[in-house]
Design a protein around this ligand. Structure first.
Ligand code: GLC
Ligand code: CA
Length: 558
């Protein structure tokens, strides 16, 4: 494997709207991030991914971009951004931006020109099509519900394509001018000195230009979820990604990470091998367990065993190919502690053990803001408390399916993306130190226990444990092993344990976590020493006794 500068690094994802509000409007901003750089540094991460801060009408929380080369005033100015970049650099923290190029906002000047003038070059930056027999051109269902086609106002039978909201028209990657414009924009940011990009929804850029649609799925609307089409076309996306890499990331030795669902296992090397399209792609294997279901009322809960089996499978596949990026949550997911763990371990003990798995699996781990505090899901008491457009769509779909409002709310309380988007908890004050006014999204019910201020001073807090984890990842004695060491499953005595090892030459690190209701005894190498642990466990004469809710990380040389 060719060595790259990003190997061994740990990333921290910031959702800027919810991180820190510096000017009292209830919305997080760039100056808020600047205020908290020391906190981020002290967490021991190397790079920050900032979700979109570009000019946007915020139909999809900034993932609908109206101007790729300017900062939305809600977040501050380009001067603020430059200052952030500079101050982060001084702390040796890199910044990667979000690259949302499957679609833009319907407020982008390209789309406005395309609508205003059918003869404009911009018209071909998008997909405009006539209907078929009085219907939309195909029967695909957008990610956020309803058809992927929206009628062009004032035209009889003309539609444009949007895989997400109707305010997010898809960009036509088959148009060379458009690709050129996008690559120019990417290089402009890289020239500014950012370390790279997280590349949004990228598998969707490939289309079947005949727009044939697909047989209807289990929904009652006669449609088929658009992700099924994307999955079918997955092996055709290569040339676009290769071109983008060659014309942008590669030239700058930039880090790139794809939000790439449905990659065929046989294509993994093309994506993340030495000459791959990306430096890494997220491991969404647990998410993919529910991918075939179009509506979240159909999702089945994901157990510790499901998590273990699917992520182990992904790890084994990537072992001699490249690095996946392990996550337990992001801004599109409920909190991992609430989602994957049994109720009794949805607490600090569970958070530490799950965090250990997240950071010590092979790959480039991402920590999502608040994860290091052990944040769980926020309790939403009514549909009106949700902000996400997807929550609103899914709620309607639940009711249409005959669920009661109480049942629908319970489903959103398990699945909604808004769980990850509630304000970061800095202290125990009314607005959690996030803002001095009512925040745009409600504050978590357990701010007193979960907040940074309470955890700073407690040596046994989740936050201080995460700091030990990042320190271990960077410890020169283990860094090689924790970066390049192969992943191997260990024997798991229960459906509620996650045990694995990392192996390099004669060196081994073994991770034991126990989310069960009783303790286990493991036979281990008698030279093993404990590098890190939480909860109760003891190691003596080649036996590790690990109590329920505990984690232990062992090291030995054979
Ligand atoms: C990605 C983003 C998500 C957004 C969607 C459309 O999945 O992570 O937040 O809604 O793309 O841009
Ligand atoms: Ca603000």
């Amino acid at each position: 494997m060719q060595k790259k500068w990003w190997h061994g690094k740990v990333f921290y994802q910031i959702y800027p709207k919810s991180f820190k509000d510096s000017n009292g409007d209830g919305i997080g901003d760039i100056r808020g991030i600047i205020e908290k750089l020391d906190y981020i540094k002290a967490l021991g991460v190397d790079l920050i991914w900032i979700s979109p801060i570009y000019v946007s009408p915020f139909v999809d929380q900034g993932y609908d971009i109206a101007d790729y080369q300017n900062i939305d005033p809600i977040f501050g100015s380009m001067q603020d951004f430059d200052e952030l970049l500079e101050k982060a650099k001084a702390l040796n923290l890199g910044i990667i931006m979000d690259l949302v190029i499957n679609h833009c906002s319907s407020e982008h000047k390209w789309f406005k020109k395309a609508l205003a003038d059918p003869k404009s070059p911009e018209r071909n930056y998008f997909y405009f099509r006539k209907g078929k027999e009085g219907h939309e051109p195909d029967n695909l269902r957008s990610y956020f519900g309803g058809s992927v086609w929206e009628k062009v106002r004032g035209e009889d039978d003309l539609y444009y394509l949007h895989y997400f909201a109707k305010e997010q028209p898809d960009l036509n990657w088959y148009n060379e001018d458009l690709r050129h414009k996008l690559f120019e924009m990417i290089n402009w940011w890289l020239d500014k000195g950012i370390a790279g990009f997280r590349v949004d929804a990228i598998m969707n850029i490939v289309k079947d230009l005949n727009f044939p649609g697909l047989p209807k799925d289990s929904g009652s609307d006669g449609r088929c979820a658009v992700n099924q089409m994307t999955a079918r076309l997955a092996s055709k996306v290569g040339p676009f990604l290769q071109e983008m890499n060659e014309k942008t990331f590669k030239k700058h030795d930039a880090f790139s990470i794809g939000e790439a669902f449905s990659v065929n296992p046989q294509d993994l090397e093309k994506f993340i091998g030495d000459e791959g399209f990306f430096s890494s792609i997220f491991d969404f294997s647990t998410r993919e367990l529910n991918e075939s279901f179009p509506f979240c009322y159909q999702y089945r809960p994901i157990s510790v065993k499901d998590f273990r089996e699917s992520s182990f499978k992904a790890q084994l596949r990537a072992n001699d190919i490249g690095f996946l990026a392990p996550i337990i949550e992001n801004h599109d997911e409920p909190r991992g502690v609430s989602y994957f763990l049994p109720a009794m371990w949805q607490n600090s003990q569970g958070a530490k053990a799950l965090g250990t798995v997240n950071l010590l699996l092979r790959g480039i781990p991402f920590i999502y803001q608040g994860q290091e505090l052990g944040m769980t899901n926020t309790q939403f008491n009514s549909i009106y408390e949700f902000e996400d457009l997807n929550a609103q769509d899914q709620y309607k779909a639940c009711l249409k399916q005959g669920l009661t409002p109480t049942q629908a709310l319970a489903i959103l309380n398990r699945e909604s993306r808004d769980h990850a988007r509630t304000p970061m908890l800095w202290d125990e004050s009314t607005f959690a130190g996030f803002s001095n006014t009512t925040p745009w999204l409600k504050v978590h019910q357990d701010k007193e226990i979960l907040c940074v201020k309470a955890q700073e001073s407690d040596p046994h807090s989740t936050l201080n444990y995460y700091r030990k984890l990042t320190a271990l990842k960077h410890d020169p004695a283990y860094q090689e092993l924790l970066t390049y060491g192969l992943f191997k499953p260990l024997e798991n005595p229960s459906d509620f344990t996650i045990c694995f090892e990392r192996v390099l030459d004669n060196k081994k690190i073994q991770v034991f976590t126990n989310f069960d209701t009783h303790s286990f005894e493991f036979t281990v190498n008698n030279k093993a020493q404990v590098l890190l642990s939480s909860g109760k466990g003891c190691l003596a004469e080649g036996k590790l006794k690990l109590n329920e809710g505990s984690v232990a990380v062992l090291y030995f040389e054979d």
